[in-house]
Design a protein around this ligand. Structure first.
Ligand code: ZN
Length: 527
């Protein structure tokens, strides 16, 4: 038995926010759906970050296997300095479920996923996400779909890009008065992706349809303190109430989008609603590169400026990589979103850590990170420091040497600072490990709550629903307790190498890079 599958990914969705909204009657469709479905926390990748988490969800493989750890990856230049490159489809070393479905003679539609540009050839449709609207064409397969969508009546395809109109203006700092159009734009964007999904399901239904709505992640990064009850009580006043009303209206719109797609999919469809990670507040800033500088691992140049703003939204992108004296630097953090330390290796140049010294070096740094204390505060700030290259497995791509977890769950800052740890001016939203899973449809049990399942379980589950054997190298398990009856799970041969020859597109343009960096900045992924 196999069914059609619709996966609705809601970037950053967390039950800690959705449950109260459901109780308040803001999301009536989701409320009804939850009563007739299986729900569970969906545990994200070890570092709960959007690019690696979505890539793991659609490959069934961990970041060490697929090689996508962050939005950007450091590239080491011959003079010892570092440049940040954008990750794209060609940086994913694992086969996607779209491709696996195709090999089993089933078709797939993939909409607004991170890392799908340049779009690979599939039997079905690809319309990639996280792309500036001027470059959307690169992210679409077949190319005729791009022209078709551009020509749709009452539909502005530019809203599918991540940087259209208000968004482009507001990323420069989101001044008061600009919040309202920015919030409304997130609704408009999510609505456009939902309408495109319905359009394609009606026009030419494929066995698998999957999309990501990314508005919730953006809303929560900026406006967490208006919706988290612990913080909302301090946000009184007319303007604060107005903002909260706008945010609640966004979730009402999200509920309508989900309803529209589930109804369009029809009752013979298994629906999965998933998120790549959860969400929670962050109140502190840990300046990781400043910490490295004080321990002698990193040297600032004379042009390095202090982070005088004390928050992640400024008017210009600071070129902090230019603030590092690379010849005298052994370790650095490339981006706030990475929460990572990269260690420069000596490849014969004499500058960097040798293979012989690596183990002692990385162990010492780990213990120093865990031992860090702020003045007058005995509690650890760095609660976890994973040594990624000593985990007894191979790793693809530029794998960070150390990934840290902070006590408030936040992202680090990479800037120079007077203090290693400081308070944020106001609480922001940041990622948490527990995302959401909801399974609804003919294959799922009803009204069941499971403790948790893993993000690596989603690909095996989708393939099983489609009647496709789960490749032997997928790392997760089918959560059989979510399914009705005695569902057979078959395992098959390993995944195939991904088809990265589909496009000969060059590296991202400077415009594309700037557009993405601006976006990452407003969301706190970049300094
Ligand atoms: Zn995300």
């Amino acid at each position: 038995m196999s069914t059609k599958v619709l996966m609705i990914g809601v970037d950053g969705a967390t039950f800690s926010l959705l449950d109260p909204l459901v109780e308040q009657g803001v999301m009536p469709f989701l409320s009804g759906l939850l009563g007739r479905s299986v729900r569970a926390d969906l545990m994200s990748t070890r570092h709960p970050l959007t690019p690696q988490a979505w890539t793991s969800m659609i490959t069934g493989r961990s970041p060490e296997a697929h090689g996508v750890y962050d939005f950007l990856r450091p590239a080491f230049l011959p003079d010892g300095s570092v440049f940040l490159k954008l990750n794209d489809y060609r940086d994913n070393h694992c086969e996607t479920i779209w491709s696996i479905a195709n090999r089993h003679k089933q078709r797939a539609t993939s909409l607004n996923f991170y890392g799908m540009s340049p779009a690979p050839a599939v039997d079905g449709y690809i319309f990639g996400g996280f792309i500036p609207w001027r470059h959307l064409k690169q992210a679409v397969y077949p190319k005729s779909l791009y022209d078709e969508v551009r020509a749709l009546p009452n539909f502005d395809y530019r809203n599918l890009g991540m940087d259209h109109t208000e968004e482009k203006k507001c990323v420069q700092g989101l001044h008061q008065g600009e919040h309202e159009p920015w919030i409304k734009l997130q609704n408009t964007r999510d609505r456009h992706w939902s309408e495109l999904t319905c359009y394609l399901m009606k026009k030419d239904r494929t066995e698998l349809t999957a999309l990501v709505l990314d508005g919730a992640d953006k809303m929560q990064h900026l406006f967490w303190r208006f919706v988290d009850p612990d913080f909302a009580k301090n946000e009184s006043g007319d303007w604060q109430t107005h903002i909260r009303d706008l945010v609640v209206a966004f979730y009402r719109g999200l509920d309508e989008n989900i309803k529209m797609m589930v109804e369009a999919a029809g009752s013979d469809t298994d629906v999965l609603i998933t998120s790549d990670h959860g969400f929670g507040p962050t109140t502190e800033i840990f300046y990781l590169n400043e910490w490295l500088a004080r321990r002698g691992y990193l040297r600032w140049t004379d042009i390095a400026e202090d982070d005088s703003v004390g928050q992640l939204v400024g008017d210009t992108l600071k070129d902090y990589l230019g603030a590092i004296d690379w010849k005298k630097t052994l370790a650095f953090s490339p981006t706030p979103s990475s929460n990572a330390v990269f260690i420069k290796r000596d490849n014969g140049s004499g500058a960097g850590v040798t293979d012989d010294d690596y183990l002692a070096f990385v162990l010492k740094m780990q213990s120093e990170l865990l031992a860090f204390r702020a003045p007058g505060d005995d509690r650890p700030v760095v609660v976890n420091a994973d040594l990624n290259k000593l985990r007894g497995r191979s790793f693809a791509g530029p794998c960070p040497d150390i990934t840290i977890r902070l006590r408030d769950g936040g992202f680090v800052s990479t800037l120079k600072s007077q203090e290693v740890l400081s308070q944020r001016p106001s609480a922001d939203g940041t990622h948490r490990p527990a995302g959401i899973f909801i399974g609804y449809g003919p294959s799922f049990r009803k009204g069941v709550r499971l403790d948790s399942i893993n993000i690596l379980d989603i690909s095996p589950l989708i393939l099983t629903l489609m009647g496709i054997p789960v490749p032997s190298d997928m790392e997760g398990q089918v959560p059989r307790e979510a399914l009705l009856g005695d569902r057979q799970v078959s395992r098959g041969a390993a995944t195939a190498a991904p088809d990265t020859n589909a496009s000969d597109r060059a590296e991202a343009t400077e415009e594309e890079r700037e557009a993405l960096m601006s976006q990452l900045k407003v969301l706190g992924y970049m300094d």
